[in-house]
Design a protein around this ligand. Structure first.
Ligand SMILES: Nc1nc2c(ncn2[C@@H]2O[C@H](COP(=O)(O)OP(=O)(O)OP(=O)(O)O)[C@@H](O)[C@H]2O)c(=O)[nH]1
Ligand SMILES: [Mg+2]
Length: 195
């Protein structure tokens, strides 16, 4: 995918603040610190379009980015970070849930898992929930560079078994080496109906 433009549009919490629903949208979801923002930066070839960081809970709002003036990527706040104050944490679930259930231009979700971890309850709940609402999604195993090739395969097998899916339904990715970037783009364009 040739990126001609990638622009930050706005941050939002409530539907009133979302951008006008003019273009199809793809949302990026996953635990805090898993690498959602890094994945977006890698996909659009920009080092700092989206803020990333070593402090989990960096992204706290829904952030909308317009790509090639054609579709949007929405960076969702990470779930499951205990150190975020309870008051903020309580608004996160509803904020993400409202977005996912009401956004008419949402075409699909990129669910991001850390290749080194077994999926937790938040992750399996999210995917069950996406299935329930018939929202298309793809699953990325990121930070693949942290494991040897053999371990990448073993971990993918274990995660696929855990999720009761085929290993072919998992896309291995690294923001560091750019491994898997074409496969991620293919999945994203598929959800946008552009393949
Ligand atoms: N080695 C390696 N590090 C990564 C990769 N992706 C992200 N990271 C690092 O992981 C940390 C978190 O990355 P972010 O992209 O900010 O994660 P996030 O999911 O957006 O985090 P929150 O916004 O806090 O939910 C940063 O220090 C990144 O540099 C990857 O593929 N490989
Ligand atoms: Mg982030």
């Amino acid at each position: 995918m040739k990126i001609k433009s990638a622009e930050f549009i706005k941050s939002a919490i409530k539907p009133d603040h979302y951008p006008e629903p003019l273009v199809p949208e793809i949302a990026f979801a996953g635990r805090s610190n898993v690498g959602k923002s890094s994945l977006i930066n890698t996909l659009v070839n920009r080092k700092r379009l989206v803020k990333t960081g070593s402090t989990p809970g960096r992204t706290q709002l829904l952030n909308f980015f317009l790509i090639n003036k054609m579709f949007s990527m929405v960076d969702l706040p990470g779930y499951g970070y205990a150190k975020v104050p309870a008051a903020i944490r309580k608004t996160w679930g509803p904020m993400i849930e409202t977005y996912l259930t009401t956004r008419e231009v949402l075409h699909g979700v990129v669910v991001i898992l850390d290749i080194r971890r077994s999926p937790g309850k938040e992750e399996t709940d999210l995917m069950a929930w996406l299935v329930h609402y018939q929202i298309p999604f793809i699953i990325i195993l990121t930070k693949a560079d942290k494991l040897s090739k053999t371990k990448q395969i073993n971990q993918s097998r274990a995660i696929a078994a855990n999720l009761h899916i085929s290993i072919n339904d998992l896309i291995l990715f690294s923001a560091k080496t750019r491994q898997g970037i074409d496969a991620v783009w293919e999945g994203v364009l598929d959800m946008l109906g552009q393949n």
